[in-house]
Design a protein around this ligand. Sequence first.
Ligand SMILES: Nc1ncnc2c1ncn2[C@@H]1O[C@H](COP(=O)(O)OP(=O)(O)OP(=O)(O)O)[C@@H](O)[C@H]1O
Ligand SMILES: [Mg+2]
Length: 504
Amino acid sequence: MGRDSLLEMSGITKSFNQVEVLHGVDLTLNKGEIHALLGENGAGKSTLMNILGGVHQPNRGHIKIEGKEIKMESPRISQEQGISFIHQELNVVTDLTVYENMFLGSELRTKWGTLDVKEMCRQTEDIMLRLGVEISPKTYVRDLETSYKQMIEIAKSLLRRSNIIIMDEPTTSLTDNEVERLFGLMRSLKQSGVSIIYISHKLKEIKEVCDRYTVLRDGHFVGNGSMQEVDLEEITQLMVGKAVSTDAFYHEQTKGDPVLTVKHLTSEGNFHNINFTVSKGEVVGFTGLAGDGRTELFESIYGFRKKYSGDIEVNGHPVKIDHPKKGLQAGIGLVPKNRKENAIIKDLSVIENMSLSSMGNFERRGWIHSKTEREKFQHYKQQLNIKVHDPNRTIDSLSGGNQQKVVIAKWLEVNSDILIFDNPTQGIDVGAKNEIYQHIMNLADQGKAIIILSSEAPEVLRVCDRINIMFQGEITGRFHRDELTEEKIMEYATGSKREAENIG
Ligand SMILES: Nc1ncnc2c1ncn2[C@@H]1O[C@H](COP(=O)(O)OP(=O)(O)OP(=O)(O)O)[C@@H](O)[C@H]1O
Ligand SMILES: [Mg+2]
């Protein structure tokens, strides 16, 4: 054990229901470093951290902190050891206020034994200020956007003044600005001697912020080292066991008739005078920065939002869509972003989750009848490489990325003419991304009209025929992919450039 090492996990083995998922894994964390924990979906990252956090007990193996062996028998013991844990799945209680969430289980009291609301609010405000987030401590969490909920999770861990902070995909629902703030904060925590274990599938972020890495593959330790000495390709190779292509999926296709035409669509404060057409067999991307209005735009087109003006035509016929049912009837499907909140039902099994046709609309639709649930499930399990031991268990027995694959799979079979994917590869590993893109391309080849909403420029560049860039609720640029680069996307996404006018 090195001079600087703070934590040493060795030979960690873990089984769930007689299936071994971690096979003698090692992890060493130094003082004051940001350590990336990497691996494909289902590799065992969250499980290893759940063991460090006292959530799960290992079957074998040792955990030492500053050389002393510790039995992490409960989350409380882990916390007492100075470890705090930002979970992959949001853990906030929506019916409580921000400050109540922050101090849940460790409420501050006055000398008379009553709750010290004033002090709890003050400390909450203090931390939120450091994170650059403007929320009042007394706001109910249910009224907040997802990114704020994520920030509360992060703020909670800062409150505890821990020596080790585990961050399991903390940035999945953060905006670019918030990510920058978080990185700034992580660097200053590191300066003050705090160590951070950082899990993410955004390899660029990893390269930017992490000092060292450990890679797991299928529950085995496969390597560790200094981040400076490897490039992203080597990391990918370690994770997946082979090189992963970053080539474009796009290929020239014959464009069919217009399927979706949108004219002068406007929703006060969300988007303004939106015009576009998507044809049969096309893959059209919408990208931009947070707050560009693309999610709200397509939630309106699908029927989640009622208040908008303008016209929508499907296959040349005007439609009035003010409920997701109407969207589905009109042949529009939407894969929502934020799996954690919108797309899965925790109490249902993996198979049942795959059979649900849409959120808020749990009735079984016609397309289920053509195949049995199980056949369909087996098909996608194989095609998308979904790691699942028993599909009759609840969906939270799957790793985060595999849950997302289930959400995607259920939509790949829907008989909608128009399929909208909002942030489809959130939490998906580099290799599995390609499998999902391939499926999307196949759907386009079958004549479906595909729309992809993504904040990641490389994603839209790899799969889309045409790309619309949005800024503050308006389309500022429309391009064929050949005309575009990441830099150019940035110029239009920040509003520093703007096209003359709307060509369909
Ligand atoms: N509570 C549980 N019950 C049964 N199996 C589980 C449970 N938690 C995790 N597993 C299994 O353990 C394996 C590792 O899962 P884990 O969540 O650690 O993966 P991960 O590396 O965090 O993946 P991701 O990047 O998708 O989040 C998976 O095969 C998963 O299905
Ligand atoms: Mg995980």
